[in-house]
Design a protein around this ligand. Structure first.
Ligand code: SAH
Length: 350
């Protein structure tokens, strides 16, 4: 269940504290700055060799004159050989033209082995389920780098990593923060709210252990990003947001990005979603002093809830709350975190 590994200290904050790279030297190399701290000076040939693991002063030296001559002779010999081969093959050319599939497999018929098998693997899709996750190619390298950072915390769940690599976080943040969309940090989404840090989103998703077809309830839709990630595991995603403009924007955004199957409601998530209950899993993305009793009631036997519990701007713990087959509730703290508060009241007043 839990990987048993503790995330590094600076991973524990889901609030507005940016996480600094832990390995400046390797980050500098990744950014093409070599060696770190000497960005202005170009690397010497020996430095490049050292990084590439090549012997000093060996490969890559300019060819001497006799070597150049040998190269020209070699190229000439190759040219003559190629000409001879062409002449020998000439009488057979027409035969080859008449049998275009010779030496190649027959054109692929559409079917299990055909082009359809090339589509991106659907994560957690049930047989017969019509929805399949949309595929986004823009900024894929940045998403892959974000996933590499999440993996470095010790999170190795392949399905979770695949979902994080698939959902275009840059579509869920305001344009002003687009450049930072794949940094492992929370970002403002307006109305005093934030989209959570990617590592926290991944870890909370992992703790839910969702199976296809299970029903999951999210408290705090915000941008809709976490809901989109959940869709990669089950199409039964319900999400409640108390701030009306955020709920409406999230609904439109999810629709536009082909995650429109997420059911978004504007309301006070403290009360859960009684008409859709019970839920196999519940995820809270805003902090409350205690688990709201309606949420506990709406959790199925065998269900999992991941929710931050604590005080605003003070000590908060991400809790895993499980209801066993007999209905007994078990609580376990996972890690210290910092979330925005669970607000109460009438959403129409906001
Ligand atoms: N999951 C979001 C991040 C949410 S931040 C994402 O992926 O972007 C927490 C959200 O909880 C905020 O949008 C806040 O408005 C909302 N919220 C706070 N109190 C709430 C309540 N009682 N019911 C529903 N949503 C609430």
């Amino acid at each position: 269940m839990n990987s048993g590994r503790r995330p590094p200290k600076n991973a524990l904050v889901s609030g507005l504290v940016p996480v600094r790279p832990r390995n400046v030297r390797s980050s500098a190399r990744r950014l093409g700055v070599y060696p770190p701290g000497r960005a202005a000076a170009a690397p010497t040939a020996d430095e490049v060799r050292e990084v590439a693991g090549l012997p000093r002063g060996g490969y890559g030296d300019p060819p001497r004159q006799w070597q150049f001559g040998a190269l020209v002779l070699g190229a000439l010999a190759l040219l003559v050989g190629a000409l001879a081969l062409l002449l020998a093959a000439a009488p057979g050319c027409s035969t080859v033209a008449e049998t275009p599939t010779a030496g190649r497999p027959a054109p692929a018929a559409a079917g299990p082995q055909g082009p359809a098998s090339k589509e991106a693997p659907a994560v957690g899709r049930e047989p017969g389920q019509s929805w399949s996750p949309p595929v986004f190619t823009a900024r894929q390298r940045e998403r892959d780098e974000m996933v590499r950072v999440i993996k470095a915390y010790g999170l190795e769940d392949e399905a979770v990593l695949a979902a994080m690599a698939a959902v275009p976080r840059h579509e869920f943040v305001p344009a002003a923060y687009s450049l930072s969309a794949y940094a492992d940090t929370p970002l403002p989404i307006g109305h005093g709210q934030t989209i959570s840090q990617p590592y926290i989103v991944a870890e909370m998703t992992r703790q839910l252990r969702l199976r296809p077809g299970e029903k999951v309830l999210e408290i705090g839709t915000g941008s809709g990003y976490q809901a989109a990630v959940l869709m990669h595991f089950t199409t039964e995603v319900y999400s409640i947001e108390i701030i009306r403009p955020l709920a409406e924007e999230a609904r439109k955004r999810l629709e536009r990005l082909e995650y429109g199957a997420v059911k978004v409601r504007c309301g006070d998530g403290f009360n859960g979603w009684p008409e859709a209950a019970p839920f196999d899993a519940i995820i809270g993305t805003c902090v409350a002093g205690a688990v709201p009793p309606p949420l506990l009631e709406q959790l199925k036997a065998g269900g999992r809830m991941v929710i931050p519990i604590g005080e605003e701007d003070s000590i908060q713990y991400l809790m895993l709350i499980e209801k066993d087959a007999e209905g007994t509730v078990h609580r376990r703290p996972l890690m210290p975190v910092r979330f925005v508060p669970l607000l109460r009241g009438d959403p129409t007043a906001r």
